[in-house]
Design a protein around this ligand. Structure first.
Ligand code: NI
Length: 178
């Protein structure tokens, strides 16, 4: 099968699950809400308003699984509020944890790898991807909520910035001019 949207594929979901559970443990968030939200957060990644669609899908799935309304809404809110482009503020600790975990997977070496997979998916050039670093990826560390995530982000952000500066130098042939 030809796999599209690999940057937001199952491996991304499982990494977000791992990171989110780690943050949830440290911050005292509800592990079950965070885990369900992480597993379902990118269900409709290839569609417009994917976070809202994924939240509705989660409501349906969890209702079928017999969860109570309060639990379901907690999961759905975390999913709705995780998206960078959705611009919805997370109101609960669990929503903040998911948002943080998703952003951590978009920075560091993993962020670089995923940015270029997205570039392939969208037909974006290297220069356009470098712009995407400026417009989004380099800003993510300032959009984190929990102290645990902020700490994890330090090294990842440093690497991202270093890569960004290096590739900019390559694009400008800086080493040919010295
Ligand atoms: Ni995601």
């Amino acid at each position: 099968m030809f796999r599209i949207f690999v940057a937001h594929g199952d491996d991304h979901v499982l990494r977000v699950l791992e990171i989110a559970r780690f943050i949830a443990l440290k911050e005292g968030a509800d592990i079950e809400i965070v885990s369900k939200a992480a597993l379902l957060h990118d269900s409709f990644r290839n569609e417009e308003k994917h976070a809202l669609k994924a939240a509705d899908f989660a409501r349906k799935v969890l209702r079928e699984e017999g969860y109570g309304e309060e639990f379901i809404e907690a999961v759905a809110h975390a999913i709705e509020a995780h998206s960078f482009s959705g611009k919805m503020e997370p109101r609960t600790l669990e929503a903040k944890v998911l948002s943080d975990a998703d952003k951590l997977d978009a920075i560091g070496a993993m962020g670089v790898a995923r940015a270029f997979i997205v570039a392939g998916e969208k037909g974006r050039s290297i220069e356009e991807t470098v712009k995407h670093f400026e417009e989004k990826l380099l800003k993510l560390k300032d959009l984190l909520y929990t102290d645990t995530a902020k700490k994890l982000a330090e090294k990842r952000h440093e690497f991202l910035k270093k890569f960004y500066e290096e590739i900019k130098r390559d694009l400008e042939f800086e080493d040919l001019r010295n």
